[in-house]
Design a protein around this ligand. Structure first.
Ligand SMILES: Cc1cc2nc3c(=O)[nH]c(=O)nc-3n(C[C@H](O)[C@H](O)[C@H](O)COP(=O)(O)O)c2cc1C
Length: 372
């Protein structure tokens, strides 16, 4: 990838990773990008975030299209997760006097990850950095995505560097939301939300409140395409998802099956829901990674989980999905546990217990001895 000119003095200088298929346990069938941004303000050169360590060379090449890496003055580190900070040691090697702006949590993280104990500008909500003609406003957003996370707003250009917020895992040959198309954008965004942001509805609501005062023309996230046309749609969707507004007509069915009996139950139950006019999304865990289900979970009111009994418990694929789901904490759902068994049939009871543990309304279990 080359540097992408966004404005006269602003460039995207991140890296593309079309090959990545699992990203910290999250399936990325369409690859990912690690976006970061270079801003020139007179003789000041400011970098917002950096990239995964393995992509440092590509990142440096992109910067060098604009200016020498050694000439960078300031690094705004919005978040310390290694996909945004992996090049930090290499950057410091080439720019030992780089001034770093980040939250207190990020400072701790930079020390823990990289042993870095340098002087740092620790920023809080509402604090700004003036670099001459530009003012950067810092907006800490704890848990969107980690405790150290923040966003940075460049007032004069009306650009929000949103880091993980509003991101999408995709590595398309285009740079902007309207080039990708609304449907594809929102499909990737809800997948990202379901896998990354879902547990943090309250924090997202707080962030949207803080961002509502800003005049934003361009959102530059750390993953996926930049938003210039569908900012309103994205913010509206985040607000809805953060409030856990589900669709009573949307049903998700997730299952695995050894001999096809639970698959057959899935087809029957699916047909029943469809006869009621519901929209059913079916995922078989033998074919799909458990994280591929999460985009549909975000808006579905009813979630049916099918597991046959294997050695007195549920199938491991379903157990893995439930472990993942529990961590992402979808609330206020209606659950149905179903599955086939041969003699003891523990699986469905175990699935229903997990649903109860998440506080869901649980429908009566549907169990079937072998093929009925
Ligand atoms: C390796 C293996 C272990 C099984 N263990 C149990 C068990 O512990 N308890 C039980 O009720 N059924 C057990 N079964 C029977 C299956 O649950 C039963 O065949 C069921 O119909 C399979 O549903 P499926 O076709 O959806 O996989 C086992 C089946 C296999 C192949």
């Amino acid at each position: 990838m080359s540097a992408i000119k966004i404005r006269d003095n602003i460039y995207a200088v991140g890296a593309r990773d079309p090959e990545v298929r699992i990203f910290h346990g999250y399936a990325t069938p369409f690859g990912a990008t690690y976006n970061c941004y270079l801003i020139l303000d007179g003789d000041k050169k400011i970098l917002v975030d950096n990239v995964k360590a393995a992509f440092t060379e590509e990142f440096f090449r992109n910067i060098e299209e604009i200016c020498p890496v050694e000439s960078l003055d300031i690094l705004i580190q919005n978040h310390i997760e290694p996909d945004h900070s992996g090049s930090f040691p290499a950057l410091l090697e080439r720019c030992p006097n780089l001034e770093v702006y980040c939250t207190a949590g990020a400072q701790k993280g930079l020390k823990a990850y990289y042993g870095w104990e340098g002087a740092c500008h620790v920023v809080k909500m509402g604090e700004t950095l003036n670099t001459g003609s530009y003012t950067f406003h810092f907006i800490p957003a704890p848990m969107v995505h980690w405790p150290d996370s923040m966003l940075t707003y460049l007032a004069e250009e009306k650009i929000l560097f949103s880091n993980d917020a509003f991101g999408q895992h995709i590595c398309p040959p285009v740079n902007y939301d309207d080039e990708l198309g609304e449907e594809r954008l929102m499909e990737r965004a809800v997948d990202y939300y379901g896998n990354i942001v879902l547990p943090f509805g309250m924090q997202v609501t707080n962030l949207l409140k803080a961002a509502s005062a800003l005049d934003i023309e361009l959102v530059c996230p750390s993953h996926g395409v930049m938003l210039r046309t569908y900012i309103g749609k994205m913010v509206e969707s985040y607000a809805k998802w953060a409030k856990n507004e589900t669709d009573p007509n949307k049903v998700v069915m997730v299952y695995d099956s050894m001999w096809g009996s639970t698959a057959e139950m899935t087809r029957k139950i699916c047909a029943e829901f469809e006869a009621e006019g519901k929209q059913v999304h079916v995922h078989c865990l033998a074919d799909e990674h458990y994280s591929a289900v999460m985009g549909d979970i975000v808006e579905a009111k009813t979630i049916c989980i099918g597991a046959s009994t294997l050695n007195n418990t549920m199938m491991p694929t379903v157990a893995a999905f439930l472990t993942y789901l529990k961590g992402l904490k979808p609330k206020n759902r209606v659950g149905l546990a179903y599955g086939s068994y041969g003699w003891s049939g523990e699986a469905t009871k175990e699935v229903a217990a997990v649903m109860e543990g998440m506080g869901w309304e649980v429908l009566p279990i549907r169990k079937q001895l072998y093929r009925g």
